[in-house]
Design a protein around this ligand. Structure first.
Ligand code: ADP
Length: 825
């Protein structure tokens, strides 16, 4: 250390230091750089001790390089030295503070030069035992050292950041499954990741732009979908800033690989080029192609199945027609035979034939329905319908059977059920008919009750629950599920004892499901069963009186006290709540003695008495009431399953203000009560139910009837049937003859078979209507075709009504009575 003895030219020294530092700055490897710089510092500082420290974080500052061992503390306490190391300027350390840095030494001069940088923060500590120097020159030297070192560290931090970015970038490029290629527009640079190199068949490291571009060109021209590729390529290369995302390159025939290619222009002030991304979609492409083929195959098969289904349902329609035509003969002729004089034995035979015929017919209908549902041919329609009417119609159809067995048919419609809903009345009636006729079939005593409730509502969609309860033999719990299966009955003796096919409930369940609901049963053996189903329906908003509840209370009924006597508890409850809804004051009795006694205690405006009761019948009760309280003159309404015509004795008849046939419609009861209460005493008996009036004797009219029918047996059958009813007819064999006949003569009624040779019934009807002008006859279609939408077809052809074969005398009678008021004479 010779120089220390003399005065050192620190200015020249600083210059030398910076000149020597310059090549070192280019070293990229951090540890080597620090070492080189440190030895330069050692050489030029001429210090007795020098060290390089690093700030690793806020709390850790460590000496990483030192010129001598055991001179510096290896860890510096950051709190104590922070004035020195967190400063922008280099500083002298006075002797008393030197122990913060040195272990045992003490120096004449001690300097700390902090070097700040984000990536590398640290500094130099130097000590001189004796330093003879010109202070100003030394200061300039130190400033120069600090500046040079700071610049070097700045550079190092940039290298550090670049290094970090490069590492991250390479890691991403080599991890993703896509092939990534970048080609500079100027043709100077390009890079490719490993997947990309493999794809382009480039050697690792062959990143010359020319090679990469050529390899991409080769790959593209090897694709089999050139037309599609060229179209997109034209678009891509015609404009500089085009981005393409879904470019498909299909390589090889048969397919070897399929690439989805994306290309995005990249531009910055210094860089311009295109980034290419290649995704291998071979697997999904092949899967998609296979799916397409499968779908096409499926469509062909579906069409075939549809055709077969169509053929099946046409076959069913034809078969149904073929079976129904002879059945028409069997049932119709049997029905005629029963109206002739027969011995008891013969009557029994004929009855058995009729019953077997009817069973066979219902079996055919059920099977047809089931196959219609299964082939998806059955569609649920949406038409306005009244649930009350539906229940009443069902009861009307089954009242004869219920009355024969002495069963009451009751119903209860909750007031919150909308009066008209949108649904399929035909199918809903079919379900109700099935459940109620099962109820009647399996019940020998008691009643059937239909209860309609609304159990929920979302906007105007009502959740309607309908239950059909009987008091019959019941069903064992282990059969609850199986009875809904096709051809399933509780036990094998059922058919023998009660008849039936085991298809009814299965059809009900499917129909209910199609209406979006479910059906279930609950039952106690010996006590009865309840079948419950629910459907979701829209309320018909076009109806003015929206809710069923007859809120409009008639003043005639309001406040009127009514005595109700019936030994059926359910019926009593229903009548009571119904009368309350009408604003009346009902008092109910299930015991006739109590009822009669109460008449003496209270003033009643009206009484309802049931005909069939255990102890006394309705007539006996009424007689006693009139006898005991002759002055009270309370009008009595009798509920009877036998109707009005049953009363031979006028005195009995006179006991009552009205006789209502069961099942009694609530609307009819209300009207009857209003008639009675509004009428002056002593006037005529109140209006009776339609069915009572119907059973009155028929007057024989002279009606002109034409029958168009090609089948001999059916011709005979219909002529005989009409004769039985007291009508004559003329017969023709086909549509052409029917049109001829209608031209010659004016008929009141034409019964028109729809399927006839030469000209069918629809065509004939249209021609007759055109020819008839003012005097159009009533035309009723007769058809054995159960599958097709016959009724609508007949109506569209201009017919007035429809009758399905096989028919019974009563069916023809009903139709003639219905249309009689419209006949021309
Ligand atoms: P079917 O009545 O024609 O035999 P269903 O499918 O309508 O066919 O009924 C299946 C079976 O369920 C019946 O045979 C009978 O055993 C039982 N069942 C149905 N309804 C009732 C009921 N209300 N009471 C008792 N058993 C019933």
């Amino acid at each position: 250390m010779m120089e220390r003895e003399q005065d050192i030219d620190w200015n020249a020294h600083a210059l030398d230091f910076l000149v020597k530092l310059s090549p070192i700055k280019k070293i990229r490897e951090q540890a080597q750089l620090i070492r080189e710089v440190f030895s330069l510092v050692e050489e030029y500082m001429l210090a007795d001790a020098v060290c390089f420290y690093r700030n690793f974080d806020e709390l850790t500052t460590r000496v990483v390089l030192a010129s001598k061992k055991q001179v510096f503390h290896s860890h510096l306490n950051p709190d104590s030295v922070q004035n020195y190391i967190r400063s922008d300027e280099y500083q002298s350390v006075e002797k008393i503070f030197q122990p913060l840095f040195f272990i045992n030494e003490q120096y004449e001069k001690c300097i700390v030069i902090p070097l700040y940088n984000t990536a590398l923060s640290g500094g130099l500590i130097m000590g001189w035992k004796a330093l003879k120097t010109d202070e100003a020159g030394f200061d300039r030297f130190l400033t120069g050292v600090q500046m040079g070192m700071n610049e070097m560290m700045q550079r190092m931090s940039v290298y550090h950041e670049i290094d970090e970015l490069t590492t991250r970038f390479n890691a991403i490029l080599e991890t993703i499954p896509e092939g990534i290629v970048y080609v500079d527009d100027s043709g100077k640079s390009a890079w490719v990741n490993t997947v990309g190199s493999e794809l382009l068949k480039l050697n690792q490291g062959s990143n010359q732009p020319f090679l990469v571009a050529t390899a991409m060109q080769e790959l593209r021209s090897g694709a089999v979908n050139q037309e599609e590729i060229n179209e997109i390529a034209n678009k891509l290369f015609s404009e500089p800033n085009q981005t393409i995302k879904d470019w498909k390159w299909i390589i090889g025939d048969p397919i070897l690989s399929v690439l989805r290619v994306a290309c995005k222009p990249i531009s910055s002030p210094l860089v311009n080029g295109r980034l290419w991304v290649f995704t291998d979609i071979t697997f999904s492409h092949i899967a998609n192609e296979q799916l397409k083929e499968l779908n096409e195959e499926l469509a062909i098969k579906r069409n075939l199945a549809d055709e077969q289904n169509q053929a099946k349902s046409e076959f069913l329609a034809n078969m149904s027609h073929e079976i129904r035509t002879p059945m028409n003969g069997v049932i119709g002729m049997t029905s005629l035979l029963m109206h002739t004089i027969l011995t008891e034995e013969q009557k029994e035979y004929v009855d058995t034939i009729r019953l077997s015929g009817e069973t066979l017919l219902s079996l055919i209908n059920d099977i047809l329905d089931l196959s219609k549902i299964e082939s998806g041919k059955l569609e649920i329609e949406e038409a306005p319908m009244s649930l009350v009417k539906l229940v009443e119609e069902t009861y009307d159809l089954l009242s004869v059977r219920a009355n024969e067995k002495g069963l009451d048919l009751l119903y209860l419609i909750d007031p919150n059920v909308p009066s008209e809903v949108l649904g399929d009345p035909t199918r809903l009636r079919q379900i109700l008919l099935n459940l109620v006729s099962n109820g009647i079939k399996f019940t020998s005593k008691g009643d059937i009750l239909i209860h309609v409730q609304s159990i929920g509502k979302q906007e105007d969609v009502y959740h309607i629950q309908i239950s059909v309860k009987d008091t019959g033999i019941g069903i064992p719990a282990n059969k609850f599920n199986t009875i809904f299966e096709s051809f399933s009955q509780v036990d094998t003796s059922t058919t023998r004892k009660y008849g039936g096919t085991g298809l009814g409930l299965s059809i009900c369940q499917r129909l209910v499901n199609m209406m979006g609901g479910t059906i279930s049963v609950s039952s106690t053996e010996g006590l009865g069963s309840t079948f419950t189903f629910n459907i979701k329906v829209h309320a018909n908003r076009e109806v003015k009186q929206f809710d069923f509840a007859p809120v409009v209370k008639d003043t005639l009924l309001t406040g009127k006290k009514i005595l109700i006597l019936d030994d059926n508890e359910t019926n009593l409850q229903i009548l009571q709540s119904q009368c309350k809804l009408w604003g009346m004051n009902p008092v109910i009795f299930n015991d006739c003695h109590l009822a009669i006694a109460e008449m003496g205690q209270q003033e009643f405006d009206l009484a309802i008495v049931d005909m069939l009761m255990e102890e006394y019948d309705g007539v006996a009760v009424a007689r006693e009431m009139k006898m005991k309280f002759p002055d009270k003159k309370i009008p009595i309404i009798l509920f009877s399953s036998l109707g009005f015509s049953h009363f031979k004795n006028k005195e009995d008849k006179d006991l009552f203000a009205a006789i209502l046939v069961k099942p009694t419609k609530h609307s009819m009861l209300k009207k009857t009560m209003m008639d009675i209460l509004g009428r002056k005493e002593g006037s005529e008996m109140a209006t009776m139910s339609a069915s009572v009036l119907l059973s009155q004797t028929q007057s024989i009219d002279n009606i002109r009837i034409l029958v168009a029918e090609d089948n001999d047996t059916n011709q005979k059958l219909i002529r005989k049937t009409l004769e039985k009813l007291g009508y004559g007819c003329e017969l023709v064999n086909n549509g052409v003859e029917a049109v001829e006949a209608a031209k010659r003569k004016q008929y009141d009624l034409i019964l028109m078979d729809v399927m006839m040779p030469e000209m069918d019934g629809y065509e004939a009807t249209q021609q007759i209507i055109v020819g008839a002008k003012a005097h159009k006859p009533i035309i009723i279609a007769m058809t054995a075709n159960a599958l097709a939408d016959d009724k609508n077809k007949a109506m569209r052809a201009g017919m007035d009504d429809y009758i399905s074969k096989p028919f019974r005398i009563a069916d023809i009678e009903e139709k003639i009575n219905k249309w009689k008021p419209h006949f021309q004479n």
